[in-house]
Design a protein around this ligand. Structure first.
Ligand code: BGC
Length: 721
């Protein structure tokens, strides 16, 4: 059979019950060896097997023998077809393979990196984006994406902050739900859907000193209040898989951590899908020095509840002898295999193993609507950090375009699946396409720029390369290189107005840069439609509306710096800023350069009259919160309105502010709106001293504003919870 002759059968939707019945029958026909095979994820390309000797033909032989359950990162239709054909035609039980791949912020159309996407604060947009990503991914023949990555992050030195939803557990949870439901749709048999894999369970975002694969050491309270909520949110949307983390937690590698995988993920969060390791993280517990050899590693991970092993072969090599020796349980093996077979069944692979494998998958990629959505994503994710009456620019004046990123296509960022730089629209080409008057100055032609009296405003595009962030790219220096810093300085000295655009995979330290610019747009890595989205913002076709989801430090020494920190017994006192025995630095402020939730707009939003409809909240009651917001400008614009609470006393110290609600609201020029929020008792609960999720008798401040550092406030009492 050839790829082009495949007859795609319509896929049926199967209930869990139906899938379970099917899987059980099949399970009864399987040998132990075949069952163990279902728990193995094989690599195929040699660049996916870091540190291991590898030969693709042996994978094919193993597929024939029923020793492979899924494949990692295979992404070429012809190869997918050939490998699936081997599985369904040459293995004894004809069980199809699952194809899994990291499609993190786009398969072929690159959306902004996920950290940028979180700046949109718009779950519905994330949902639409996840759907568009799933569409391209599914029609490339992939069944599972290793996304969303929901690790809470506080340290921009860690390269993987680019994949995350930022530093707030509530915002991340709302976005996580949107990712999972967007990817998975209402049924995994939907041909436009893919199964999602939430990762990395758990705590990876807290690697010490931001150094990749380093130790994680957080309290149980931090785990429950900060790290788990987005995972809980993913489970609430029936996420199909959860991936373990590389790191230790409570001094035990996450992949072999029974407390994490069984007590928390299965029992506390109620996760019912497949638990997959990260890349070789099972055998890495030998390097963590908690397992003496491969066999011991297999036993420990299996006992902990790890079900599917990525790339390394500890299960393949040792589960059989462990079972025979009675060291692990056959019933646990059956349970894990059952889950795998059920997922395959629900994906429709037993009906059509060649699901969505076409010769012409290009017709599903980079569609106009997808690109339009990518433009919307850029427009809403870029954050305007500064604007001294410069933006938007008008077409009447010729502008200068300068800097290493002004015509660069290195704007996609890491984890970009098959997205290609050649599809990226640079800033310069967007200005060209739109016939906006400009002159591009090479760095060697700065004298021309200086002497060009027509050019009074210059757009300077600086940044870090995509390859500076992502996995394995931790860095200690969070500044742009000196060359770029000097370039900006020299342009500012020309007495021109400067719009600075920064591309990066993380928050950088901008403290010295911002004084050399009149307006600053922080664009992260905006993806395929970067130039178009930025052009629309710069020229005022649309107003910036992104708000930061990671705090921007004033100085590296402040890191980790985040808005929802606990209080200190000796807070900084503005009236006595130099008082030695308060919590402060002698050489830098406590405050960040830009706080969580911050972002400017062409609109001017005036918040007044925050009101709540009761002074005391009783159980089962709702608290209605309303605020008046006026757009005192001639620009139509969207504003992300944020609601935080602060507990005035509680049995444990709670964050100075906790985000509890947010809304993105559209305003016409000069429009005034009343914005409503509803809170319930659950919004005031936290884990108390005994780790019980509860409110306590207390007073709370309800705060509403445009960022975490600017809010109106009202207080409410809780006397009975
Ligand atoms: C990463 C995962 C990823 C996996 C498969 C690992 O190195 O930590 O996030 O899903 O590789 O590519």
């Amino acid at each position: 059979m050839l790829l082009k002759n495949i007859q795609h059968k319509p896929l049926k939707h199967y209930s869990d019950l139906h899938a379970h019945e099917f899987a059980e029958k099949l399970l009864n026909r399987m040998t132990t060896k075949e069952k163990i095979g279902q728990l193995y994820q094989a690599p195929y390309y040699s660049d996916t097997v870091t540190g291991h000797a590898f030969d693709a033909s042996s994978t094919i032989e193993e597929i024939k023998m029923g020793m492979v359950g899924s494949l990692l990162s295979v992404h070429d239709e012809g190869t997918l077809f050939d490998l699936q054909k081997v599985a369904v035609e040459q293995s004894r039980l004809h069980i199809p393979l699952i194809f899994m791949f990291d499609v993190i912020h786009g398969y072929k159309t690159a959306f902004p990196i996920n950290l940028a996407l979180s700046n949109t604060w718009e779950p519905n947009l994330i949902y639409r984006i996840a759907k568009a990503i799933a569409y391209e991914t599914a029609h490339a023949g992939i069944h599972v994406t290793f996304s969303p990555m929901v690790d809470l992050v506080r340290d921009p030195k860690w390269g993987r902050v680019m994949e995350s939803n930022g530093e707030d557990p509530y915002l991340s949870s709302e976005l996580t739900k949107a990712y999972v439901s967007g990817y998975q749709g209402d049924s995994l048999s939907n041909k436009n859907a893919v199964a999602a894999c939430v990762k990395h369970f758990a705590g990876y975002g807290f690697v010490e000193a931001g150094r990749e694969y380093n130790t994680v050491d957080v309290s149980k309270r931090k785990l429950f209040t900060m790290i788990l909520p987005p995972f809980r949110a993913a489970v609430s949307q029936n996420v199909a898989l959860t991936m373990t983390a590389f790191n230790t937690l409570f001094d035990r590698p996450a992949t072999a951590n029974k407390y994490l995988l069984k007590d928390i993920l299965r029992n506390e969060l109620g996760f019912n899908g497949i638990i997959i390791s990260d890349y070789t993280s099972t055998e890495e517990i030998i390097s963590h020095k908690v397992a003496k050899d491969e066999k011991d590693a297999a036993k420990q991970c299996f006992d902990a509840g790890l079900e599917h092993e990525m790339v390394s072969r500890t299960y393949l090599n040792h589960l059989q002898s462990l079972l025979e020796a009675g060291e692990i349980d056959y019933s646990a093996l059956d349970e894990a295999v059952l889950r795998m077979l059920m997922l395959k069944y629900k994906l429709g692979l037993f009906d059509d193993p060649y699901r969505n494998l076409y010769t012409n998958s290009k017709q599903y990629m980079l569609l106009e609507n997808t690109k339009k959505l990518a433009v919307e994503a850029v427009e809403k994710s870029v954050v305007m950090l500064k604007n001294d009456k410069l933006l938007p620019l008008s077409k009447h004046e010729k502008i200068g375009l300068v800097g290493p990123f002004i015509d660069s296509k290195d704007l996609i960022g890491e984890w970009a699946a098959l997205c290609e730089k050649s599809d990226v629209v640079s800033i310069k080409s967007a200005f060209e396409e739109n016939h906006f008057p400009f002159k591009h100055f090479e760095e060697t032609a700065f004298e021309d720029l200086k002497n060009d009296n027509e050019v009074k405003t210059v757009i300077v595009a600086l940044g870090e390369s995509g390859a500076h962030a992502g996995e394995g790219n931790s860095k200690t220096n969070l500044h742009l290189d000196t060359h770029q810093q000097n370039l900006l300085k020299s342009i500012k000295q020309m007495d021109k107005k400067v719009v600075l655009i920064v591309f990066a995979g993380r928050p950088l330290i901008l403290t010295n840069l911002i004084n050399n610019a009149d307006a600053v747009l922080y664009a992260y890595q905006p993806g395929t439609m970067a130039g178009i989205g930025l052009f629309n913002l710069i020229t005022g076709k649309t107003s910036p509306s992104g708000k930061l989801t990671m705090t921007f430090p004033f100085h590296e020494g402040q890191v980790p710096i985040y808005y929802n920190h606990l209080k200190t017994g000796r807070p900084f006192d503005e009236k006595r800023p130099t008082y030695r025995y308060n919590s402060r630095y002698i050489d830098a402020p406590n405050e960040p350069l830009y706080p969580f939730g911050y972002g400017l707009s062409y609109g001017v939003f005036i918040y007044t009259n925050l009101r709540i409809d009761k002074q005391n909240l009783h159980p089962n009651e709702q608290l209605n919160v309303q605020v008046t917001i006026q757009n005192d400008s001639i620009y139509a614009a969207e504003e992300v309105v944020q609601l935080y609470i602060e507990s005035e006393y509680y049995s444990v110290s709670r964050p100075v502010d906790e985000l509890k609600a947010f809304k993105r609201i559209k305003f016409n020029p000069h429009e005034t709106k009343q914005v409503d929020f509803v809170l319930t008792m659950n919004d005031f609960r936290s884990y108390n001293m005994n780790m019980i999720w509860t409110a306590e008798i207390s007073k709370y401040q309800i705060k509403v504003g445009p960022s975490s550092s600017e809010k109106l406030s009202q207080s409410i009492e809780i006397k009975d919870f």
